[in-house]
Each structure stands twice: as C-alpha cells, then as structure tokens.
Design a protein around this ligand. Structure first.
Ligand SMILES: Nc1ncnc2c1ncn2[C@@H]1O[C@H](COP(=O)(O)OP(=O)(O)OP(=O)(O)O)[C@@H](O)[C@H]1O
Ligand SMILES: [Mg+2]
Length: 288
C-alpha cells in the first residue's frame, strides 16, 4: 500500500525521503501473547500488518488496551519479557524480530528513537536534564563532553525551550510537562533517528501545549525527511498532522488508510464509531 495525501500544511517529502519508494517500516502478521503461569496465553496482538512510509507521519489510533504501545515497544525490541511475539517487522528491509539485544542496541537511537507515553517518568529525577541529554549525545554522536553540550543546547533550542543553557542545569521536576516532553523529543532527535516513534506525546498536557508540541513534531518531520509514527487518541491531531492512519482494536488492525480517505470515507465500522466519538465526522472543513 502506498501513502496518499500529505497532511494539510505540510510540503510533500523531498526526493531523498522517498528515494527507495518502499516503506521505511513494515509490520506484517505480528502476533503476540502474554505467557501466564496457569492456563492459556493471553493473546494481545493479532496478525497486525501496516506500513510506515518514508518522510511521512503515520498515526496509530484506537481505544485503550488495543495494543498500540505494545506494537511500538515491539518495534523497539522493548516488549515485556512475558510477551512472546511472532511475525515480521522490517526496518529499511532488515528483519528486526529475533535481532538480539546487541542488534537492537545498535538500532535504537540512530535507527529508531521513541518518545514514551509519560515523558517525565522517562527522565531520571536525580540527574540534571542537561547531563542526561549530554550522555545521549556523547553515546550516539561520538563527540566529547564539550561538543555534546553544544549539541544539547542546539537541540533544546530546536524544540523551542527558551534559555537552553540555563535549563540544562535544572532537574526534571523543574520542567513543566510540556517542557519535559520537548526535552524527550530533543533527546530522541539528538540520536538523529531515521524513524521517530511517539507514544501519546501530548497526554497530560493542556490543550495549548498539546498543539505546540504537535506543531513541533510536524515541523521536525517536515525537515530532514524524518519519518514519524505517532500513537494518539486525538483524531483532531491526526486530521491536522498525519498523512496515514492505522486503526487498531482488540489487538488487530481494522483499517489502514491515507488520512484524507479515513476522514472522508472510513471503511471500518469501528473507524466510524471512533470518528463519531470524536465528534469529527460531521464537522465541516475536514482536511481532504
Ligand atoms: N506488561 C503487561 N502484562 C500483561 N498485559 C499487558 C502488559 N502490557 C500491556 N498488557 C495488555 O496488552 C493489551 C494492549 O496494551 P497496550 O499497552 O499496547 O494498549 P494501548 O493501545 O497502548 O492502550 P492505551 O491507549 O491505554 O495506552 C492490554 O490488554 C493490556 O492490558
Ligand atoms: Mg499505550
């Protein structure tokens, strides 16, 4: 399946982004079950297939517990140990399932970076934000401490954190929720990933901050041909920022479509329910 329309307000990706023409990430027939001490394993991912085209933003939407985070974590090789998965996940043509810890370590960061569901809890409370980001920069960019600090200041400025040098000396609790989220995005960007996975990056933020963070994600995705996959509950955000939509329910993909097609004519019954619940189905002026 190829990607359709580009989200409103975003330029079509450049040739570098689309060079190979194939999706950057392809998940096919991914199934997963939790082992239980007694009885049958609990199946939570059922034959999931979808594609993440290069240089675009793909949304994964669906009700709570539908398997969105587990799918993203499995792509990163971070699924819980009791989850047994089978199927195929290819990143730029390379099979990821069965890669082993060394392979995943190499992949994480510069290949795929993830911003987790709760940004603040992903930061270490006893280290300054600057120290944490500097460590990541040193590891992934192979530079000395001083150069790493310059890269961090630059990355924080890029995610629009004012006065980055002063902020670097602060601890996570001194950051607002929106700033912690931006710092996590800056951390992911410091790795220069080819694919950025964002798991509900705006949960817990006020509406204005949510909009700011999403605007930032779109802007960043528009630069450098960055490919992003965004897990969200917010179809308003999807309509404004995403090119493709993957709809999940009960561990399955019920629809995969260009965003414009999804909003104009959703194919799955559950997609229609989701749209109605978001009160967007009848709203005039949907992006098309
Ligand atoms: N560590 C775990 N042990 C057992 N079951 C789990 C574990 N993590 C997730 N699950 C179950 O797997 C299913 C999918 O969970 P997942 O976290 O992927 O949902 P989600 O779509 O991200 O939901 P949300 O929108 O609430 O974040 C759920 O039924 C959940 O209860
Ligand atoms: Mg989740």
């Amino acid at each position: 399946m190829t990607s359709g329309a580009t989200a409103a307000g975003r330029a079509a990706p450049g040739t570098a982004a689309t060079a190979a023409g194939t999706p950057l990430l392809t998940v096919s027939g991914l199934s997963g079950a939790f082992r239980t001490p007694h009885g049958e394993p609990t199946e939570v991912l059922r034959d999931i297939s979808f594609e993440v085209p290069r240089g675009r933003i793909t949304a994964i939407v669906g009700e709570t517990g539908s398997g969105k985070s587990l799918t993203a974590l499995t792509v990163m090789g971070l699924c819980p140990p009791r989850l047994t998965v089978r199927g195929s996940i290819t990143f730029d043509g390379r099979e990821l399932l069965g890669l082993g810890e060394d392979g995943y370590r190499e992949l994480r960061g510069s290949g795929i970076a993830m911003v987790f569901q709760d940004a603040r809890s992903s930061l270490n409370p006893v280290l300054t934000v600057g120290r944490q980001l500097t460590d990541v920069a040193r590891l992934h960019r192979g530079v000395n401490k001083r150069a790493a600090r310059d890269l961090v200041a630059e990355a924080l400025a890029r995610v629009r954190i004012p006065d980055p040098r002063r902020r670097m000396a602060q601890y996570p609790h001194q950051f607002s929720g929106g700033m912690a989220q931006r710092a996590m995005i800056a951390m992911a960007l410091l790795c220069r990933p080819r694919l950025l996975l964002l798991d509900e990056p705006t949960t817990g933020l006020d509406v204005t901050t949510q909009a700011d963070v999403m605007e930032l994600v779109v802007e960043l995705a528009g630069q450098d041909g960055l490919t992003a996959c965004l897990v969200t509950h917010d179809l308003g955000v999807v309509g404004e920022t995403c090119d493709r939509v993957v709809v999940m329910r009960h561990g399955t993909v019920v629809e995969e479509a260009a965003a414009a097609d999804f909003f104009r004519a959703p194919r799955a019954e559950y997609s229609r329910v989701l749209l109605a619940a978001n009160r967007l189905a009848d709203e005039p002026g949907r992006p098309s």
